[in-house]
Design a protein around this ligand. Sequence first.
Ligand code: GDP
Ligand code: MN
Length: 397
Amino acid sequence: MNLHEYQGKEILASHGVRIQRGIVANTASEAVAAAKDLTAETGTGWHVIKAQVHAGGRGKGGGVKLAKNLQEVEEIAGQIIGMNLVTPQTSAEGKLVRKVLVAEDVYYPGDSETSEFYMSVLLNRGTGKNMIMYSTEGGMEIEVVAEKTPHLIFTEEIDPSVGLQGFQARRIAFNLGLSGTAFKEMVKFVSALYTAYVKSDSSLFEINPVLKTSDDKILAVDAKVTIDDNALFRHKDIEEMRDVTEENPIEVEAKAVGLNYVDLDGNVGCMVNGAGLAMATMDLIKQAGGEPANFLDVGGTADAKRVEEAFRIILKDENVKAILINIFGGIVRCDRVAQGVVDAYKNMGDAINVPIIVRLQGTNAEVAKELIDNSGLAVHSAVMFQEAADKVKEVLA
Ligand code: GDP
Ligand code: MN
């Protein structure tokens, strides 16, 4: 699950990471009130207005702007809220901005003593360890740094069972070229950041930029956070931060009925039991000249209700030209699934307007095929994988 910048910063602050402070606002007048409150708190008069969407590169798209007085706060917040923000990380249509973060301006104009760093904590699946990736080249896209000046990116691997060691935090501060107060501040920053990452069960905490001010404070100006979905059950407070308006609407609906569904760009809908078979089915579709429209694992209980829910989810995608149902009956009997397909099809009537190919293999596969063939419905049945692929090719032709 991804978080907004303001939510990520809340988690950071709760673990003692110094942040660029801000208050979230839904309207231009809320933004003005937020700016007043912030000024009272921080004493600074300038503010940055930052679009809150699940995409980076907002600055480039005009989603991060400096306001020098309350009138500018109102104008800029008014502009940004409701805009379709297009950034290098969004689609060409962009993302609708519903809220902004009104943040204290932490850059002092004309100040050459400030520096921007890059820092992220993430899981290295290759080594099974956590990793802090950091660079002196902050404020720009890390992908570009990685391509042009890879020697300016450092990594520190952390064994999760012993945690971040003092010498590691010091090495990071040293490699970033810091000394004195800034060095000590960076050591504290890194330790608190790592704690925030571990305690929130995140898979990514990316801070770009980390700012060093001229008075040697180290703070997080941005925060991109991904929480491990499988750990959300033990973080009710974080789970409440979910913003479904930022997520794929079909995936949100699928999740609500307990289906493992991932939306893809192709034209053949897939309904499969088991993630491995679902992957193999997607390959099969490609071999047959189609492109999978989704990944969908219906799980172990492929009864009529579940099949019907899966049909409805798959058909919400307008690009679907055919549906391939591929079920292996191990624990579940194929004839039960076949009956489920027939019942769901009858229930849904005209809602199903694309050809269906059903391939059932395993317990009672032949009985199942008979059931489908005798149903009188426009459903193509197959027992062999290749047979199903050929039928997909046929209906797409
Ligand atoms: P992103 O573009 O989505 O990564 O959003 P960021 O939060 O990283 O902001 C983009 C850029 O805006 C940063 O790299 C900074 O250079 C700039 N910025 C952020 N906060 C401030 C601020 O308080 N004052 C000024 N002058 N610039 C800021
Ligand atoms: Mn950023």
